[in-house]
Design a binder for this molecule. Sequence first.
Ligand code: ZN
Ligand code: ZN
Length: 218
Amino acid sequence: MGTIKHHLNDALLMAYSAGALPEAFDLVVATHISLCDECRARLEAFDTLGGVVLEACAEVSMSDTSLEATLALIAAQDTGSEIIAEPAKASTGIFPKPLQDYVGGDLDAVNWKALGGGVRQAVLPTTRDASVRLLHIPAGMKMPDHGHHGTELTLVLQGAFEDEDGYFARGDVEIADEDMNHTPVAAEGEDCICLAATDARLRFNRLLPRMAQPFMGI
Ligand code: ZN
Ligand code: ZN
């Protein structure tokens, strides 16, 4: 790979590692990680450290809880249907393996709905705490300028787009929060296909690093 320039941040990787993200965000994170060796390596570090830290925070006090007990607690709580970040080589087609598994196929398995102007979207079924959709934007098309009520994660699967924050091609993920207004424009040459998750309520970008600070010495 090596060409990915826009990555997941530590807050997202920690939260993914701890199983604290909505399913919609798990899907985007797992799909990015399946394309990105760098984030997969960072995730492995959080899997050994971050999960324990976050669970310890949630348990309020670590003083009377041994490490073994904390780990047992994590193991016991880890019951959800996990979206596994497998390497991309397991996949054929445009969708990396976690997304293929989620959709039940590749592009032709998607039930697209026209939004006008050649833009199509497919809202994927997920839990109610966030939403996730596929977007198909014609090459060269400018999207409306918009802000965000929560966090928006956009992962490029085909083609590219550009906005005030940079140029995003396959594998790149843009993290937009409510402080950001942007006007994405699909690059010329190839239609842009993205996977986008939005969450209007959680503020994990701010909350999680603050929770982890005293434990990680940062
Ligand atoms: Zn990455
Ligand atoms: Zn946006």
